[in-house]
Design a binder for this molecule. Sequence first.
Ligand SMILES: [Zn+2]
Length: 553
Amino acid sequence: MKIYKKILGIAAFGLMPFASHAQLGAAKETFTRADSLRGNLTPLRTCYDINYYHLDVKFDIDNKFISGSNLFKFTATQDFTKLQFDLFSNLKVERVVYKGKDLPFTREFNAVFVTFPQTIKNGSKDEFTVFYSGNPTIAKRAPWDGGVEYNVDSLGHKWVSTACQGMGASVWWPNKDHQADEVDSALISISVPNGLKDVSNGRLREVTKLKDGYTKFDWFVGSPINNYDIEANIGDYAHYSETYQGEAGKLTLDFWPLSYNLAKAKKHWGDNVKPMLKAFEHWFGPYPFYKDGYKLVETHHLGMEHQSGVAYGNKYQNGYLGRDLSGTGWGLKWDFIVVHESGHEWFGNNITSKDLGDMWIHESFTNYSESLFVEDRFGKQAGLEYTHGNRMGIVNDRPILGPYNVNKEGSGDMYPKGGVMLNTIRTIINDDEKWRSILRGLNKTFYHQTVTYDDVVGYINKESGKDLSPVFDQYLKHTVLPILEFTTMKGQLMCRWISDVRKFNMPVKVRVKGGEYQFITPTPRFTPVNIQGANKDNIEVDLFNYYIGVLND
Ligand SMILES: [Zn+2]
């Protein structure tokens, strides 16, 4: 998700003074031991590769209390006797059970350290179960400030959801809470008071009436999944199904609106879901989770990209809660949450960043996916206008790339500025079929994998045959925009780039007023602009596709 924590006014970009590049180094942030325990991949976490979870939790909604267990099945990647898992410190670890016996454990902030009675040998498969209980953090403003949210629907039925991206799934269940290691499959058993239903990820396997006034819903996810995607949604839900004939065959679509919204859901989701799947399969390749199906479930919060169970709270209307974030009108022709959160099935869920600092891999591509959806439905010009319009949400406050190993995100500019950057990359590649094959290739090459900055940028460089690293680096690692400066020397028009990235050499489209655009490749040193008849009065830069500053002395 998370899309625009704040809706921003127009951040008009004028001419940046030269000095700002040097001055705008981010203030040094300080991080705590707790940040490192959460964000760093220490040997206590890399010593095991998680294979399977069986999360089994009962929701006592009246008391906002949960209790249950999680089975960890893992493969040792080295010899070890001690490992770390994660659970927020306000929840109680009751027991950690290994081969029928309790294991000793210690806790530090939200980390739990378990010691085994003998060495777990490299390559061996083993398992332990954590029993826990408590009152999990109540979401203050899900999904941004998440946890468990407790609401009632318009008819007074209890309505509960989880949303924990960023803060981490260990806010409500014990797991190895690091994005680099996705579990291969998971069984999610959620017990809820009789009369209510639970909707979680993947496919519903079994519903069991328990003796104590509760009903247990077993959901199985057969594909690798991020911890923060694992969800419980409890309410008075209706259910209907459809199918979609897609690139990889028949895809099941399952819909879980609140019972009184069934008719509204059928109409509105009907207008949005299949066009979205058509556009995204065209641009990104097959939906990545045919095995688990595609699903939408209504939530009180606005939305979250919960894998094979997308959370939807946009109130069955177009736009972003009825607004158009691009200001162009194109954003009012479709449901922002259906499109954006489903876009994450490719970028975020299929391809996941190893470190939260690289959340741009999720959000920049998904922001950009919105404009490709617009392009698929309304034409290329419409998509470009949408991307251009999103510039009004950019603030240029700090780098989009966050610090590594401390579980921190970069600037919210990862949405609109990231989308604008990807359109610039497409403009430079200047071959739409190649660009589409790169986007599809990313999803195929890194299918169900976790990736780094270098993986993504390296792949695009290799496939495009261009070194685009300076462009990615300038837009992701720095705040200020590159400036294209023109000057005239001895009657010759010259230009150069002013930027933070040394050797910045982004090809840029310019033209003599009224003529055709042509690429030039300026460098940080003044070089002649070799376009016939160009001078400082008639040179025009493609500022529609390039988000840069221009100085014309
Ligand atoms: Zn998002």
